[in-house]
Design a protein around this ligand. Sequence first.
Ligand SMILES: Cc1cc2nc3c(=O)[nH]c(=O)nc-3n(C[C@H](O)[C@H](O)[C@H](O)COP(=O)(O)O)c2cc1C
Length: 223
Amino acid sequence: MTARLKILAINGSERDGNTADVLRHAAETAEQRGVDFEVVDLRNTWMERCGPCGDCNDRTIACELGDGVSGVVRKMIEADGIVFAAPVHGFGTASLMQTFIERAGVGYLRFDRPLSNKVAGIISVARRYSAGEVWAQLTVNALLNRMIVVGSGFPATVHALHRGDALKDDEGIKNVTRMIDRMVDMIQLLDEHRRLTGRDDLLPSGDVNERVGLALNEMTVSA
Ligand SMILES: Cc1cc2nc3c(=O)[nH]c(=O)nc-3n(C[C@H](O)[C@H](O)[C@H](O)COP(=O)(O)O)c2cc1C
């Protein structure tokens, strides 16, 4: 029996609030299409901030901070698609997601770009201001990781202030639904290609990483 396809969502909110509600809606959409959907709540993840070492740009091995980030990275590597979802705080990305992008991106992902050709979807949640800027920041991070970013037409930005408001933003929720549907379409298409060709190296571009490589099997990743 073949394994079920899976989307992993990273929730960068400090609370079980609007972003969590939007992701519950996204989960329903994916599961109706037969794709598993798991949420990693960064608020429940042991995550240190970047330390004072400043070695990142010169290191050729993964970050030595032994917290829960490596386990989330492993989950992302095992997933077929990844949703990055964050609220807007102070006109920018809420700090949990910002920390995660720094720690995972520079500490682990930049070496061999193990998320290459995974399908990405981006959601930002805000009362109103800078929803687009945060959406764009998360999008370029997905592109940096050579993911296949799938859109909904209009960006999946959801406008909400108080708990419960997110699900009342009809247009925002419609954009999230369409984005998840299109992610599922793309994930299934890539899976079909994988099964038909018997090849795992989807869309091999033949390019090399801009960094000195760290073989994935050398990466220290805690369970
Ligand atoms: C510390 C803080 C800063 C915020 N800054 C902004 C902001 O700059 N722009 C905006 O539109 N909303 C801002 N908001 C509102 C949140 O983005 C909004 O309430 C969102 O629905 C919260 O999502 P959550 O419930 O998933 O955390 C801020 C909220 C907090 C708590």
